[in-house]
Design a binder for this molecule. Structure first.
Ligand code: FES
Length: 107
């Protein structure tokens, strides 16, 4: 379980207590965080769950798969070194307190 804070482009902050195994995308969409769409339902096929992970915590996350890296080439907003797909990041205790910023648009 981990408390994850999503900060939308407008500044709206939402902290969610995410059970282990839930993806950040699932947690965001189930809790009304508008900045994540999650169109493909989490199968790494739409890139509408693009997020910017706190750079200081990147090392706490498993590295992106080849499939995630491919999809990150299709994000609507600027891709940055800390860009990830929220559906590919599963909650674990190691992510406690993680801050995730969301782009202005997903489409
Ligand atoms: S929800 Fe489609 S790629 Fe993440």
């Amino acid at each position: 379980m981990a408390n994850i804070t999503f900060i939308e482009a407008c500044g709206q902050e939402t902290t969610i207590n995410l059970p282990d195994g839930w993806s950040l995308m699932q947690g965001a969409t189930a809790n009304g965080v508008d900045g994540i769409v999650g169109e493909c339902g989490g199968s790494c096929a739409c890139a509408t769950c693009h997020c910017y992970v706190d750079e200081a915590r990147l090392g706490d996350l498993p590295p992106p798969s080849e499939g995630e890296l491919d999809m990150l080439e299709n994000v609507a907003c600027e891709r940055r070194p800390n860009s990830r797909l929220a559906c590919q990041i599963k909650a674990t205790a190691a992510l406690e307190g993680l801050i995730v910023r969301l782009p202005e648009s997903q489409e």
